[in-house]
Design a protein around this ligand. Structure first.
Ligand SMILES: C[S@@+](CC[C@H](N)C(=O)[O-])C[C@H]1O[C@@H](n2cnc3c(N)ncnc32)[C@H](O)[C@@H]1O
Length: 147
């Protein structure tokens, strides 16, 4: 996005992920933060991407996260979400490098995510389900913040 001229910045809960982002993209802004408590001014972003991160938010907190998204986004601005498709919650005990971790991964149906977005003041414009090499399904939803 930066290469396309967008004034992009990134937020992640994990300081390690922020270190990786800063190492790979020096000069761009990355900060430790949580989508459950976005420290951004109202209407201050012109678009938001949450890529496979909503998977760690329990169902009962998704509405609050979408309320944060809606608060910081300008009216009419786009929101792109991706997530694992399914119905179950799994406890992940190993990271990709094999290191121990304890994090829940919530799989969801695109229709459920779309319904939460509609309830939260977004208009869903597109939904896709992808089959990945890992044979797990990936959901993508594109929505816009309503006025
Ligand atoms: C599967 S990784 C995806 C990372 C990256 N977005 C990507 O597409 O490569 C999930 C990420 O969500 C982050 N995460 C989990 N809970 C979060 C929260 N409440 N706020 C912000 N990031 C969170 C984790 O730290 C982790 O980096």
């Amino acid at each position: 996005m930066h290469e396309l001229g967008v004034d992009a910045f990134g937020i992640d809960l994990s300081p390690g992920m922020i270190d990786v982002a800063q190492r790979d993209h020096p000069g761009l802004r990355f900060e430790v933060g949580s989508m459950t408590d976005l420290d951004l001014a109202e209407g201050s972003v012109a678009g938001l991407v949450a890529w496979y991160s909503l998977i760690h938010i329990p169902d009962d907190q998704v509405g609050s996260v979408f309320a944060h998204f809606r608060r910081v986004m300008r009216p009419g601005s786009p929101l792109l979400l991706s997530f694992h498709v399914g119905d179950e919650t799994r406890l992940k005990t190993q990271g990709y490098g094999g290191h121990p971790m304890k994090v829940y991964v919530h799989r969801r149906q695109p229709a459920q995510v779309a319904a939460w977005l509609q309830e939260g003041g977004f208009t869903v414009e597109a939904q896709m389900t992808l089959t990945s090499a890992e044979s797990s399904l990936g959901g993508i939803v594109f929505a816009r913040r309503q006025s």
